[in-house]
Design a protein around this ligand. Structure first.
Ligand code: IVH
Length: 749
């Protein structure tokens, strides 16, 4: 089996490096077959020949010998834990659509963005959405060198050894680009899932709730032999890093993957528009039960890759694709009890404790009841839902589950309501700390007013603080945070960074706590120290401010660049933020009567009067306007940020934290480009791209796009029909260019 290979003495270093991974994989597969599966696949002589060749190569090129080489041990590899891999191209998710109209709207948005009329030809691919976990496979010079899970989309786990055990994943590719990262979904078939659970049960081990969990659990095994023993499959459907174009269309890319040896889903078709896409959706839905593996919808992608590039990405999803999800699954069961959980922002969330029931293959025993109006049978506008039926403890309820989302209680069967069941009374004091729980005007949610004195809020805030997209401190998970909080070791984020000083030596030491030892304590201190340097966007996200998710935190960080600039601007803008709130309240108060009288002007008057009464300084108005005008921010988030920074207790805690950190500014967006940092104004008609596309392109190159020309404008792009804006630019001596010159700039030519 090694006879066509060059003799060891003739091997160059590069040839040896290229041969090694496949050799290692071959030996590991043989080990697995022999040791784990008791089903040897090659003869002893062939096995020895493989191992001897590996030894000889390692002896000749010691720098190529890997510490985990099969020559160093008996049996298969046992990894130490998963290393982290930063994806060269982030692994994004997909926008979801549920109804036929969502898909028609998607087509409309794509056409709009590209400036295509409703009749212009536009082709999409349609393929099943596999319910597994995504995996990125990196090939260099045709050799599989790395496999990474999605993780948080930016950093995943190194599961290379495990991925090598999956038969659908080729170890080598012929005629591939020098660098090619193939992405796709790892999944487990229904038959393999049933067999695995039967084996687990017989062995007294834990069983898996569904094939996706089983696939994830099997891929993320520290011992690759276990992965090898659990049949996993892989469908290729996308790509990341690549040294040359993969193809010109999505469908040609899939053909190419197939030719390279990957499995591509056979239910992938080309569609000439939304109606054909919907027809394929129904065809796939009809086959769903007999496919033998789980799918949770259909994915549509713009076929032309040049158009995909033009459409580009929003913060976490591409504009050129959408997932059309299958409808949720439902089941009926008894609602045993309603319990209240208090979240990080103090929200009191009602949770239904249910008699366990299987919904779409998953056992559900908890479901959300949203808020008190929902329980009472009203929506947030006070209108009846479920025909006004309220939900009571003891009721027979319908549970609804769609994909990954938390199951919810959808309906109630009044004919089965037990006698004497009482209306549910939503608590007006926090069940965790006894503080009043109040509902603000226009808010559907009742919130505990205890702030950080409420243990539930404090713990949730801390849990969020150390979560994956935030500080992500290894060894400091939800469980540890809770224990440290209860014992008073960590009450606020700043305490985490004082942990080593307080509990590294002296009377009470971390290493002496239950569940801790010398090594784990040291590891935790090291992990915390490592996080003293933190990117600005992660810090902002970690603060757990309402409405400020990861994408918003990135936008805020990008906008201000530095922590100090952000804090100063928020302080300066505070009077204007308060004026905004007063104006909103005045509008609310005026709205009902003013609208009835058809006098919209009165609303504006009321707003203006509220603002005037507060006498807002000009610099506050400017700072506020600058914040709310930032893409991705807007008044709701801006108010929430302002409130957090203006709350004296919260601000002191934030300041104590920040004093412990080195905050890293966000990377400058394409800072070297010709238009980075400039303010652009588009005017007149653009003929080669739509306004939306031009704006997205400019922003991707680090420019700001403004709506009107002022002394701050750096460049005006004027198409035919440009009027007063171009004239004003000329008057101010601002450079004006035409669309072709803009295209050249945008393409960097
Ligand atoms: S395309 C830029 N195609 O669904 C995103 N994703 O909900 C490219 N998924 O993270 C993804 N089947 O893990 C694509 N045929 C398919 C898919 C698919 C399953 C997963 C994927 C993604 C998630 C988004």
């Amino acid at each position: 089996m090694t006879d066509e290979k060059p003799a060891i003495e003739e091997l160059t270093h590069a040839q040896a490096a290229a041969e090694l991974p496949a050799l290692v994989a071959g030996i590991e597969a043989a080990n697995t077959a022999y040791h784990t599966l008791d089903a040897p696949e090659i003869s002893d002589a062939d096995y020895d020949a493989l191992k001897n060749r590996l030894r000889a190569i390692e002896a000749r090129f010691p720098d190529l010998a890997r510490p985990d080489s099969p020559t160093q041990k008996v049996g298969g590899a046992v990894a130490e834990g998963f290393g982290k891999i930063t994806h060269a191209v982030p692994m994004l998710s997909l926008e979801n659509g549920f109804t036929d109209d969502d898909i028609r709207d998607f087509d409309g948005r794509v056409r709009n963005y590209l400036g295509l009329g409703p009749e212009a030809p536009l082709t999409y691919t349609a393929e099943p959405k596999i319910d597994g976990l995504s995996l990125a496979l990196l090939y260099e010079k045709g050799v599989l060198i790395q496999a990474a899970t999605r993780g948080d989309g930016e950093v995943g786990e190194n599961v290379t050894e495990n991925a090598r055990t999956i038969k659908d994943i080729p170890q080598r590719l012929e005629n591939a680009p020098d660098v090619l990262e193939v992405r796709g979904e790892v999944y487990m078939s229904h038959a393999d899932f049933e067999a695995l659970n039967a084996r687990q049960e017989a062995a007294g081990e834990k069983t898996f709730a569904n094939p996706r969990n089983a696939a994830a659990g099997s891929l993320r095994q520290l011992d690759a032999r276990i992965t090898a023993a659990r049949s996993l499959h892989f469908f290729a459907y996308a790509w990341g890093a690549h040294s040359e174009p993969v193809a010109e269309t999505q469908s040609a890319a899939m053909e190419r993957f197939r030719a390279l040896g990957f499995t591509v889903n056979p239910l992938t078709v080309l569609c000439d528009g939304p109606e054909a896409m919907l027809a394929h959706y129904r065809a796939i839905e009809a086959q769903r039960a007999t496919l033998g593996y789980d799918i949770d919808g259909v994915v549509y992608k713009v076929n032309d890759l040049a158009l995909q590039r033009r459409l580009g990405y929003r913060s976490t999803t591409p504009r050129w694709a959408i997932a059309h999800k299958f409808p949720a699954q439902t089941a009926w069961t008894r609602l045993e009890k309603i319990e209240i959980q208090v979240g990080r922002t103090g929200a009191l969330s009602p949770v239904a404790r249910l008699t366990p029931v299987t919904v779409g293959g998953v056992v559900v025993s908890n479901a959300t009841l949203h808020n008190e109006d929902y329980i009472a049978g009203r929506n947030s506008f006070g209108e009846e839902i479920r025909g006004g039926k309220d939900i009571r403890e003891g009721d027979w309820v319908q549970v609804y589950r769609a994909g990954d989302v938390i199951p919810k209680v959808a309906d109630v069967d009044l004919s089965r309501r037990p006698e004497g069941a009482a209306r549910y009374v939503f608590p007006e004091i926090c069940p965790e700390c006894g503080s009043p729980a109040i509902r603000e005007e226009g808010d559907a949610v009742r919130r505990c007013t205890g702030g950080l004195i409420c243990p539930a809020q404090a713990i949730e805030k801390l849990r969020h603080f150390v979560s994956r997209g935030a500080f992500d401190i290894e060894g400091l998970g939800a469980k540890q945070i809770e224990a440290f909080y209860r014992d008073g070791w960590i009450r606020e984020p700043a305490d985490i960074f004082a942990l080593e000083e307080r509990y590294g030596s002296g009377l009470r030491q971390l290493k002496n706590r239950d569940g801790w030892g010398e090594k784990s304590a040291q590891n935790l201190f090291d992990a915390i120290r490592e996080r003293r340097r933190i990117p600005l966007d992660r810090l902002i996200f970690a603060l757990g401010i309402r409405h400020c998710g990861e994408a918003a935190a990135k936008d805020v960080a990008q906008h201000y660049g530095r922590w100090e600039a952000m804090a100063e601007a928020l302080d300066r803008a505070r009077p204007a933020a308060l004026a905004q709130r007063a104006a909103d309240a005045a509008e609310e108060a005026e709205r009902a009567t003013a609208q009835a009288e058809g006098r919209r002007a009165r609303i504006t008057e009321a707003r203006n009067a509220a603002i005037a009464a507060l006498d807002v300084p000009d610099d506050a108005t400017t700072a506020w306007a600058d914040l709310v005008a930032t893409d991705g921010i807007g008044p709701v988030l801006a108010l929430s940020l302002s409130d957090a920074f203006a709350n004296p207790e919260e601000r002191l805690a934030i300041d104590r934290l920040v004093a412990q950190l080195t905050i890293l500014p966000p990377p400058a967006k394409a800072a070297s480009g010709a238009i980075a940092g400039k303010t652009l104004v588009f005017t007149g008609t653009l003929e080669k791209m739509t306004r939306a596309e031009a704006k997205a392109r400019a922003e991707a190159l680090g420019a700001k796009v403004a709506g009107s020309v002022s002394a701050k404008t750096d460049l005006v792009i004027a198409g035919p029909g440009a009027g007063s804006k171009a004239a004003k630019a000329a008057e101010l001596g601002i450079e004006v260019i035409d669309e072709d010159a803009w295209l050249a700039l945008a393409q960097g030519t």
